[in-house]
Design a protein around this ligand. Structure first.
Ligand SMILES: Cc1cc2nc3c(=O)[nH]c(=O)nc-3n(C[C@H](O)[C@H](O)[C@H](O)COP(=O)(O)OP(=O)(O)OC[C@H]3O[C@@H](n4cnc5c(N)ncnc54)[C@H](O)[C@@H]3O)c2cc1C
Length: 460
């Protein structure tokens, strides 16, 4: 193993960077409630909070299979996008007719996200610090120019950077061009979960942890949820289970679990930060199909993540997949290439997480059980801010409200299902090979162009 990884902890950095939360009880006795929410990540906790705002007297219960934030929400990079559509370009490519609406709603969602954090005095580490997108090839630099043109069409502030202006923001031999967008935020993932959870509890929402729901069925006019020790009867149910095996069988082909991995360095000195010209607190991402995203932690470390997107045969979600030595080694080598002045830096943390990848690269939502159950999933690696929007959309659906959110085709139209194995693995491998070729040559292979024409995408 690369020496720089020898002492890396397998726990996400973020979890160890918050004071431990007192555990919530396990569901051990039958309960009846107005709304039951399955899943205690961002989507489930936002759903609980927003449901409380709508119904101050409602009995609301959250059932979390492990502990809140143990899955994707506690493992993310914390890039909090002004987008619900995986960016402006993706909205234009995949949802051209409603792209303007999607882009506006994504930007409004980020404003409201910040407003909610302030309103509830949540110390979530939210900072509207901007994002720097960097290119390492001439075709990626052209892509940034196209991005700037799209941003200009929608009045989105951004600045193209090269030469000395880029070096002032990031000095790396790996990158030759950049685009800085000031309206982009970062959050501290575990602090956000912890604060959402705290506020929910203060607002009288009953959260149960280590209470996995194993079955969902109709029980008269209500919906019954089974855990190993108890039964919950609810008037309405939100399913916020993200990349887990869905409780509704018909959703099992709608997304696949893709593993994404992160490294965090030891704290860097001021001189080390200065050596790479990274002066502000903005997040950075490079712009290949296989991309890295990197940011600072509150105590001066660097999170360096992404690139590999690993699918395991049969959609395996084995806990062992959360560690992948081969990927950690690759990330460490790529880190050294991007930052030669930091070649001796060691990594303190190395972990993985599961992304719920839909074949459309944006989340979808819908209803079941005669409108008493709502679900939202398929965030495909951009769910930090979109989870709040998805929560509101699910509550609209449960309330039978006709809103701008529920009218979105992006949300209502189910993504193209993934085929069963062994074709699934083959299709993923083919798509990944195509993306790799495009990154290397700047040309999109015919297979990917065919998928594009069918409205099928693959990303992490
Ligand atoms: C490594 C990584 C990096 C990422 N980086 C970013 C980023 O920088 N920016 C961004 O926008 N997005 C990012 N994402 C995506 C983002 O983290 C997710 O889209 C978001 O956290 C989804 O929130 P969630 O609440 O829907 O899912 P989760 O946080 O996965 O929560 C779902 C919860 O449901 C629970 N659950 C599942 N099934 C059951 C059941 N049957 N009974 C009870 N509980 C159940 C699980 O235990 C889990 O806690 C990243 C994801 C990963 C994995």
């Amino acid at each position: 193993m690369t020496p720089s990884l020898t002492h890396a902890s397998a726990e996400p950095f973020w979890t160890g960077d918050v004071s431990s939360m007192p555990a919530c009880p396990t569901m051990s006795a039958d309960v009846t409630c107005d709304l039951a929410i399955v899943g205690g990540g961002f989507t489930g906790l936002w759903s609980a909070l927003k449901a409380r705002e709508r119904s101050p007297g409602a009995r609301i219960v959250v059932l979390e299979g492990g502990t809140c934030g143990q899955a994707a929400s506690g493992r993310t990079g914390g890039f909090c996008a002004p987008s619900i559509s995986h960016g402006v370009g993706n909205a234009l490519d995949r949802h051209p007719r409603e792209a303007g609406t999607l882009i506006r709603l994504g930007r409004e969602n980020l404003v409201e996200y910040q407003r909610d954090l302030e309103h509830y005095e949540m110390d979530a580490g939210f900072e509207l610090c901007g994002k720097l997108n960097v290119a390492s090839t001439p075709w990626q630099a052209e892509g940034l120019k196209a991005m700037a043109r799209n941003y200009a069409r929608f009045g989105i502030d951004c600045t193209l950077l090269s030469g000395a202006a880029l070096k002032e923001k990031l000095d790396s031999p790996a990158y030759s061009a950049g685009l800085f967008e000031p309206n982009y935020a970062l959050i501290h993932p575990a602090r956000t979960v912890s604060e959402l959870r705290r506020v929910c509890i203060e607002l009288g929402i009953a959260i149960f942890e280590n209470s996995k729901v194993t079955g969902l069925s109709r029980d008269g006019s209500e919906i019954a949820l089974e855990t190993s020790e108890a039964r919950v009867r609810a008037g309405k149910v939100v399913l916020a289970t993200n990349a887990a095996v869905p409780l509704l069988k018909r959703l099992s082909m709608a997304f696949i679990p893709i593993y994404d991995y992160s490294l965090v360095t030891q704290p860097l000195t001021d001189a080390q930060w200065a050596s790479i010209g990274w002066t502000g607190s903005y997040g950075i991402a490079d712009c290949g199909n296989q991309f890295h995203y990197f940011r600072k932690t509150p105590d001066g470390r660097m999170l360096w993540a992404g690139y590999d997107a690993i699918y395991h045969y049969g959609s395996s979600r084995d806990a062992a997949n959360l560690q992948r030595a081969e990927t950690f080694e690759r990330l460490a080598e790529q880190f050294k290439a991007a930052f030669p002045t930091l070649a001796d830096v060691n990594f303190s943390h190395a972990w993985g997480g599961i992304i719920d990848t839909s074949a459309r690269t944006t989340f979808f939502a819908g209803r079941a059980y005669g409108g008493q159950v709502a679900y939202a999933m398929g965030f495909t690696g951009q769910g930090v801010s979109a989870s709040r929007f998805a929560a509101l959309a699910m509550l609209d659906l449960l309330d039978g409200r006709d809103t701008e959110r529920t009218r979105l085709k992006m949300l209502r139209r189910a993504p193209v299902p993934f085929p069963p194995e062994p074709v699934r693995s083959l299709a993923v491998r083919l798509a990944q090979k195509g993306l790799e070729i495009e990154d290397r040559t700047g040309r999109r292979p015919a297979f990917l162009r065919m998928l594009d024409a069918l409205g099928i995408g693959f990303a992490s």
